[in-house]
Design a protein around this ligand. Structure first.
Ligand SMILES: [Fe+2]
Length: 349
């Protein structure tokens, strides 16, 4: 079977994003970085009859670039560039190849009704994890369940048992494309999440061997036991991996680093848990999206509209967990058990 070109993939992606005759698309880039992404999106937009252009910024010295695994989110190269911001607010869809996430510039662009699609992952990862209307349907079915639950609890055989009080924060979906005005998404991805009440997360999380810690981009070898009370990590216990995480978090010298961030689960059957064993490129969308992972995270909750600000953000996709919403099992031992959320068997084979 012939492998589709990047332009063909972008055409499919833009179609999912509702781009067609007369739509407007801006591709944001910096310097010469990801120029092949710019070319492919602009060619695809043109083939669809859309009006496309490139907003190219000077190469910024700061590394917000997912490739380097940097998480310290600061000034984007768009900050203070009023004409560029205004141009981006004029279009239907902005393709972000720079990584604006969490910036006030991105929020302003979204508030104008412009939708934003982040696309910075390696081409092979984008190709492996193609989105679909079916994935969206499943993720949105999950969002409905998550959005109407009062509590979320998850456990694993290593000893995790933690409960989140829900209802304070919205549910955020990621299914890899966006045709909704003002909505952000990331191509490729497939998961959903919300946050617990600020003082409403209590229990124990034991990160088990094989679970992934971002930004380390590595698999835990020895269990890490986190004791959580009233939405804060009180204790980090265990062996070498616990020492690494404890020192990493302490290095921020920031009490807010110990807050609890988003919680949810992965739904993308084409995402691969094992990829980091041989391919550490990109910011880790395989790891965050893989089917049935419970995505536990610590640090900021500003993304959800919460007050906890910190530069220390740790995402932990965990395997083989059991997750309940109001005591109803949604994921059991790492497998999704609600029919409306399950991947089609053929796709998973
Ligand atoms: Fe995160």
């Amino acid at each position: 079977m012939r492998v589709p070109t990047f332009t063909e993939m972008c055409r499919e992606e833009l179609t999912l994003c509702g781009i067609g005759e007369g739509s407007t698309v801006a591709v944001l880039s910096q310097g010469k970085q990801r120029s092949e992404y710019v070319d492919a999106f602009l060619a695809a937009a043109e083939q669809l009859g859309a009006i496309g252009f490139n907003v190219n910024l000077p190469r910024s010295a700061s590394s917000l670039d997912g490739e380097q695994g940097a998480w310290e989110v600061g000034e984007t190269p768009l900050a203070g560039n009023r004409p560029a911001i205004e141009a981006l607010k004029q279009v239907d869809l902005v393709i972000d190849t720079v990584f604006l996430l969490f910036s006030k510039e991105q929020l302003e662009i979204q508030e104008s009704g412009t939708r934003v699609l982040l696309c910075i992952e390696p081409l092979e990862h984008i190709r492996a994890m193609a989105p679909s209307a079916r994935l969206r349907e499943r993720v949105e079915a999950g969002a409905e369940l998550l959005g109407s639950a009062q509590t979320l609890r998850f456990t694993n055989a290593a000893g995790s048992d933690v409960t989140y009080k829900l209802g304070t924060y919205p549910v955020i979906t990621q299914y890899g494309y966006t045709d909704t005005p003002g909505r952000w998404d990331h191509w490729p991805s497939g998961f959903l999440f919300t946050g617990g009440a600020d003082d409403g997360v209590d229990g124990t999380v034991v990160i088990a061997p094989g679970d992934i810690v971002f930004p380390f981009k590595s698999y835990v070898q020895t269990p890490i036991e986190l004791t959580i009370a009233a939405g804060r990590i009180e204790r980090i216990a265990g062996g070498l991996d616990a020492d690494l995480l404890r020192e990493y978090m302490a290095s921020f010298k920031d009490p807010n680093a110990y807050g609890i961030s988003h919680i949810g689960w992965g739904m993308l059957e084409t995402a691969q848990w094992s990829i980091l064993a041989y391919d550490r490129r990109g910011m880790g969308m395989h790891g965050r999206s893989f089917y049935g992972n419970v995505l536990f995270s610590t640090g900021p909750n500003g993304e959800l509209g919460g007050p906890n600000e910190t530069l220390c953000h740790v995402d932990v996709p965990m395997r083989n967990c059991t997750l309940y919403l109001d005591d109803e099992p949604i994921v059991v031992d790492g497998d999704i058990v609600v029919d409306a959320l399950k991947a089609d068997e053929l796709a998973r084979a």
